[in-house]
Design a protein around this ligand. Structure first.
Ligand SMILES: O=P(O)(O)OC[C@H]1O[C@@H](O)[C@H](O)[C@@H](O)[C@@H]1O
Length: 288
């Protein structure tokens, strides 16, 4: 089959542009806002969850797709940055198509201090350059974040690629690949030395950081619906589902949406990256 890969850039409105990649029957949409992947359709099936109450106008982080947390994962930090940092609420620069060959299309995006969202500019006092590279193939998606220290002094950071996967029914979902791993249970504020389940079910609000995981998959009804593998650079995997009560408190979360999503995020959280002047770090994931 001829895949005819292509890349198209659309101006959605004055603030938000979107880049669409096509490879055969696979389509990917990436907003310049946050360099957020918001849709990945394979053979007519949407692989990512996107809340129907999210705003896509650049006024708030996207609730769904693959937002990027940087320069920190989690709540507001010592620098007064918002939850999950500024990367997901800044408008990235489109660097264009990096390559289009018969089986894949690659685009990339950049963020430097001058591109950081106005209200957050200058709070994190470091010179940096982020490059986010997205490769669509007919059967998979690869995303890679490169962080460069372009300044004169060291900085450290934590980061995640916040994958929201679409599922049919969370009751039938199991996460594989976590057995034997230690984790921090953020809901119960508990450090658990070892996950004993081969397949982890989600039956209540779940918010966990699993350590040293380099491959994890979402199994639904016995079939893998998303496999996150070839994880390099990132050492941790976050599993998140807000469940009924918590999701009802999130104004951008559609009613009942917790049943049709699961976040399996790749992160560098427990052991922050320290970058000296001129140094760089790269984190990559491949999703099948
Ligand atoms: O609502 P936000 O800022 O997009 O965050 C969503 C969730 O993101 C997850 O990565 C965190 O582990 C959760 O604690 C958090 O609630």
């Amino acid at each position: 089959m001829l895949l005819n890969p292509s890349v198209t850039r659309f101006a959605v409105d004055a603030n938000v542009d979107k880049v669409t990649l096509r490879v055969g029957n696979s389509f990917l949409d990436v907003l310049l806002f946050g360099a957020t992947v918001v849709s990945w359709i394979q053979d007519g099936k949407e692989r990512l969850f996107l809340s129907n109450k999210t705003v896509l106008d650049g006024s708030a982080p996207v609730r769904g797709g693959i937002p990027i947390a940087f320069p920190h994962f989690g709540p507001s930090d010592a620098f007064g940055l918002p939850m999950h940092g500024f990367a997901r609420i800044s408008r990235w620069t489109y660097l264009g198509t990096q390559s289009v060959n018969p089986s894949e299309a690659t685009v990339s995006f950049a963020l430097e201090p001058s591109g950081v969202a106005k209200e957050e500019q200058g709070k994190w006092p470091h010179e940096f350059k982020l490059i986010y590279t997205v490769t669509l193939m007919a059967e998979s998606l690869k995303t890679s974040l490169r962080v460069e220290n372009t300044g004169e002094s060291s900085f450290d950071f934590t980061t995640v690629l916040h994958n929201y996967f679409a599922v049919n029914n969370i009751d039938n979902v199991r996460v594989n690949g976590l057995e034997g791993k230690g984790y921090y249970d953020k809901v119960n504020k508990l450090k658990v030395p070892e996950e004993h389940n081969k397949l982890v079910s989600i039956v209540t609000e779940t918010d966990r950081i699993y350590y040293n995981v380099h491959s994890a998959s979402v199994i639904e009804g016995g079939n893998a619906s998303a496999i996150v593998s070839s994880i390099t650079g990132f050492d941790d995997v976050v599993g998140w589902n807000p469940w009924k009560e918590k999701s009802a408190t999130l104004k951008d979360f559609q009613e009942g949406g917790y049943k049709s999503m699961i976040c399996v995020e790749v992160g560098k959280i427990d052991d922050p990256v320290l970058l000296g002047p001129g140094q760089m770090w790269v984190g990559t994931q491949v999703i099948v």
